[in-house]
Design a protein around this ligand. Structure first.
Ligand SMILES: Nc1nc2c(ncn2[C@@H]2O[C@H](COP(=O)(O)OP(=O)(O)OP(=O)(O)O)[C@@H](O)[C@H]2O)c(=O)[nH]1
Ligand SMILES: [Mg+2]
Length: 692
C-alpha cells in the first residue's frame, strides 16, 4: 500500500563532516521504535553507514536512506556525507527532500561544509531546522554556537529550546513553546517543570521567540505590542507558517549519542515540516513540446520520479534510489526513462532501511524507494509514464578538482581497471577518468585526495583489481606573457603532389580566464577562405596538446594576418600543420609561462595551534585571507597552490594532534614561479622521453 501523502516527511540530514548526522539518524530510528538498539558509527553498526569503506573509515561516503513510522507518519531520513569530497551526494539528497535538518557541532560551530549545504538548501528553497549536537562534549557551548550560526548563516535563527546542564551534565532541554522541561534519562524522556535557576534564562529566550513569531505577521505584531505577549496557540500557528516559508529557522539542542533532544526533533519534523502534498506540484519539461508542464502530487496523475543515487555492486547489480513526485510506480511495470529515452522494466520495489530493502507493491507521490537492475538509468534521470513524458530538473554535480595517474599492480589488469572505473563512474558522477595519450597514463579525477583513495580501495574490494596511485598530476595550464609575430610555413615538394601552407600569426595574451580567441585578419585573399578554418583547427589542436610541458594552452589570442598558398599543393592538412608550427614558434617567443591552480582552503584547528597552522600555510606559498576565532577553535581561510596541498592531511593531523580539519575547493589560476615552472617542464620532458 502506498503511504498517505500528507503523512510523509522526507528529511535530509546535512552538515559538516563528523558532526553526528549518522548518529542522529540512529537515535531517531531508536526513538521512533524502528530499531531496538542504538547503532554506533565507531562500531560500524549504524543503519546508514553500511558500506565497508564507511565502516572502516568511520565516516559517511554515500547518501543513504532509512525510514521509520512515528505517530502515523512515515519519515524518510536521508543521511548525507559531510566531508567536502563527497558533498555532491548531500546536494543530491537535498534535491529530493522536502526539508533539511542542519546539524552543527557544539564545540566547532559553523564550519565550511555547513555553509555549503546551507546554500544548497537555499537553492532548493527548503525549510530547515538547525540542531546543535554533541552538547555533552567537553567545551561544548550552546550560546557560542548560536552566535556562530547567527554570524555565518543567512536567515532568522531562533532557539526553540535551551539546554539543561552542560557538557557531561547535559541532561535535557527546555521547550520554549510549551515552557516545559524535558529530561532524558535511561532512554526515557520525562516532562517536568523548568528548573528554578533556569527560569529567567528560559523566559528571556521565550520572549525573543515570541517577538520573532510576532514579527512574521502584522496583526500578531500589533497585538504583541499592545498586550506585551501572545498566546501559545497563536505563537505555534505563526511559527509553523514561518518555518514552512523559511522566515524562521528553529535551533534545537541535542546529543545524538545520548538520545537527548531527539524526541522533540521528531515532534518538530511532524508538526512543522511540510509533507510532499504541502510542497505542491513540481514543474518539468515535456520532451515532445519542450514546454513546461506541472505534475501534481496525486497518485492518479501520470508517473514522474527522480533518481538521486545509484549504487552498483558486482554481485547484486545496480540499485537506483528515487523519489516519486507524481503518480504511482508499481512493481512489474514498464516506465520511460525520459532523460535517456529508454524503456525500463521495473521489477521489485522496496523501501530502504540502509542496506536492507523492505518489499513494497507500489510507491505513491512523495515516497522514496529503490529498484534493482535498471539498464540505462543513471543518477539525475527522470522516470516517467510512457504516454505522458516529463523531464524533471536534474541534479548538477561539481567538476573534479584533482587527478592521479593509476597503474595496475598486476600486468594485464588494464581491461579490468577500465571496466571497474566505468561501473564506478555510473554510481559516482563526480568521478571521471581518461587515458592521456601523451603520457600513456590512465588518469582518474575526483573532488579530492580522499575521494580518489576511496575509489582505489573500492576497486580492490568490489572488482578485485589492485592499483597504485602515482602522485597526482596537477592540472597546470600554459600561456604567454608577451607577444610575438611569426611565420608558420609547411612546404613539401618531392615529386607528385606536394604540401603547401603558409601563415603569419600574431600571438598575444588574454586576461586570466579569457580562454581562446581566434581573429581572422586576412584581407585580399592571401589565404583562400576555405583554409581559414584549417588554420584555426591547427591552432586549437596544438593548444590542446600543449607546447611547453604538455598542458593545455589558455588565455591566448591568435590573429592570422597574412600568408600565402599554392594552387595545387595547398590543402586543409597543410594549413593545419603550418598553423601548428607557427603557434609553437610564436608561443615560445612570447614569454611562455605555466599557470597553477590555487585552492580556497579553510582550516579549523584548536586556537592554541593557530600559530603553527598559519606558519605552515605561509611555508606552502599560501596567503592567509581571513581568520575567525570561534571560541576554542580558530578557523583560518587561505589561498594555497594545489601542488602544496597534496600532503596536507597528514601534516595537519600531526600539527594539531588529530584535532584539526580542513576542506578545499578550486579557486583560480595564477602564474607558477619560474624556478618551479622549470622543474615541471623538465619533468614533462623526461616523462615524454620515457613514453617514446
Ligand atoms: N559525545 C558525542 N559524540 C557524538 C555525538 N554524536 C555523534 N558523536 C560521535 O561523533 C563521531 C561522528 O559521528 P557521525 O554520526 O559519524 O557524524 P556524521 O556527521 O555522520 O559524519 P560524516 O557522515 O562523516 O560527515 C562519532 O564518533 C560519534 O560517535 C554526540 O551527541 N555526543
Ligand atoms: Mg555520517
Amino acid at each position: 500500500m502506498a503511504q498517505d501523502i500528507a503523512k510523509i516527511r522526507n528529511v535530509a540530514i546535512v552538515g559538516h563532516g563528523g558532526v553526528g548526522k549518522t548518529s542522529l539518524v540512529e537515535s531517531i530510528l531508536l526513538a521512533a521504535g524502528a530499531t531496538t538498539r542504538l547503532g554506533k558509527v565507531d562500531d560500524g553498526t549504524t543503519a546508514t553507514d553500511f558500506d565497508p569503506d564507511e565502516i572502516k573509515r568511520k565516516i559517511s561516503l554515500n547518501t543513504a536512506v532509512a525510514f521509520c513510522d512515528y505517530k502515523g507518519h512515515r519519515l524518510n531520513l536521508i543521511d548525507t556525507p559531510g566531508y567536502g569530497d563527497f558533498v555532491a551526494d548531500a546536494r543530491a539528497g537535498l534535491r529530493v527532500a522536502s526539508a533539511a535538518v542542519v546539524v552543527v557541532d557544539a564545540v566547532a560551530g559553523v564550519q565550511v561544509q555547513t555553509e555549503k549545504v546551507w546554500k544548497f538548501a537555499n537553492e532548493y528553497g527548503l525549510p530547515r531546522v538547525v540542531v546543535i549536537n554533541r552538547l555533552d562534549r567537553e567545551r561544548a557551548d550552546f550560546n557560542r554556537t548560536l552566535e556562530s550560526l547567527q554570524k555565518r548563516l543567512k536567515g532568522r535563527l531562533a532557539p526553540f529550546q535551551v539546554p539543561i546542564g552542560s557538557e557531561a551534565g547535559f541532561t535535557g532541554i527546555v521547550d520554549l513553546i510549551a515552557m516545559k522541561a524535558l529530561i532524558s534519562a535511561d532512554g526515557k524522556v520525562t516532562e517536568g517543570e523548568i528548573p528554578g535557576e533556569m527560569m529567567d534564562t528560559a523566559k528571556a529566550y521565550r520572549e525573543k521567540l515570541a517577538e520573532a513569531a510576532a514579527e512574521t505577521d502584522d496583526d500578531l505584531l500589533a497585538k504583541y505590542l499592545e498586550e506585551g505577549s501572545i498566546g501559545e496557540a497563536e505563537m505555534l500557528e505563526a511559527l509553523r507558517k514561518a518555518v514552512l516559508n523559511g522566515a524562521i529557522v528553529p535551533v534545537l539542542a541535542a546529543s545524538a549519542a545520548r538520545g537527548i533532544g531527539v524526541l522533540p526533533l521528531l515532534e518538530l519534523i511532524l508538526k512543522e515540516f511540510p509533507s510532499p502534498a504541502d510542497q505542491g506540484a513540481v514543474e518539468g519539461i515535456d520532451p515532445r513540446t519542450k514546454s513546461p508542464v506541472t505534475r501534481a502530487p496525486d497518485p492518479k496523475a501520470p508517473l514522474s520520479a527522480l533518481v538521486f543515487k545509484t549504487i552498483t555492486d558486482p554481485h547484486v547489480g545496480k540499485l537506483s534510489l528515487f523519489r516519486v513526485y507524481s503518480g504511482t510506480l508499481r512493481s512489474d511495470s514498464q516506465v520511460l526513462n525520459v532523460t535517456r529515452d529508454a524503456k525500463e522494466r521495473i521489477g521489485h520495489l522496496g523501501w530502504l532501511m540502509g542496506k536492507t530493502q523492505k518489499p513494497v507493491e507500489a510507491l505513491g507521490p512523495g515516497e522514496i524507494g529503490v529498484v534493482a537492475k535498471l539498464k540505462d538509468t543513471l543518477t539525475g534521470d527522470t522516470l516517467s509514464d510512457e504516454a505522458n513524458p516529463v523531464i524533471l530538473p536534474g541534479i548538477s554535480f561539481p567538476e573534479p578538482a584533482i587527478s592521479f595517474a593509476i597503474q595496475p599492480k598486476t600486468r594485464g589488469d588494464e581491461d579490468k581497471i577500465s571496466t571497474a572505473l566505468h561501473r564506478m563512474a555510473e554510481e559516482d558522477p563526480t568521478l571521471h577518468h581518461h587515458f592521456d595519450s601523451e603520457t600513456k597514463q590512465l588518469l582518474v579525477s575526483g573532488i579530492g585526495q580522499l575521494h580518489v583513495e576511496v575509489v582505489v580501495e573500492r576497486m580492490k574490494r568490489k572488482y578485485n583489481v589492485d592499483v597504485s596511485l602515482l602522485p597526482p598530476r596537477i592540472p597546470y595550464k600554459e600561456t604567454v606573457k608577451g607577444r610575438a609575430e611569426v611565420q608558420g610555413k609547411y612546404k613539401k615538394q618531392t615529386g607528385g603532389r606536394g604540401q603547401y601552407g603558409d601563415t603569419w600569426l600574431k600571438v598575444e595574451p588574454l586576461a586570466r580566464g579569457g580562454g581562446f580567441e581566434f581573429v581572422d585578419d586576412i584581407f585580399g585573399g592571401a589565404i583562400p577562405r576555405n583554409f581559414i578554418p584549417s588554420v584555426e583547427k591547427g591552432v586549437r589542436d596544438c593548444m590542446k596538446r600543449g607546447i611547453l610541458a604538455g598542458y593545455p594552452v589558455v588565455d591566448l589570442r591568435v590573429t592570422l594576418y597574412d600568408g600565402s598558398y599554392h594552387d595545387v599543393d595547398s590543402s586543409d592538412m597543410a594549413f593545419q600543420i603550418a598553423a601548428s608550427m607557427g603557434l609553437q614558434k610564436g608561443f615560445m617567443e612570447a614569454r611562455p609561462c605555466l599557470l597553477e591552480p590555487i585552492m580556497n582552503v579553510e582550516i579549523s584547528a584548536p586556537s592554541d595551534h593557530a600559530g603553527d597552522v598559519i606558519g605552515d600555510v605561509n611555508g606552502r606559498r599560501g596567503r592567509i585571507v581571513g581568520m575567525e576565532p570561534e571560541g576554542e577553535v580558530v578557523s583560518v581561510r587561505a589561498q594555497v597552490p594545489m601542488s602544496e596541498m597534496l600532503t596536507y592531511e597528514s601534516s595537519l593531523r600531526s600539527m594539531t594532534g588529530g584535532r584539526g580539519g580542513y576542506s578545499m575547493e578550486f579557486s583560480h589560476y595564477e602564474e607558477l614561479p619560474a624556478h618551479l615552472a622549470d622543474k615541471v617542464v623538465s619533468a614533462a620532458k623526461a616523462e615524454k622521453e620515457k613514453a617514446h
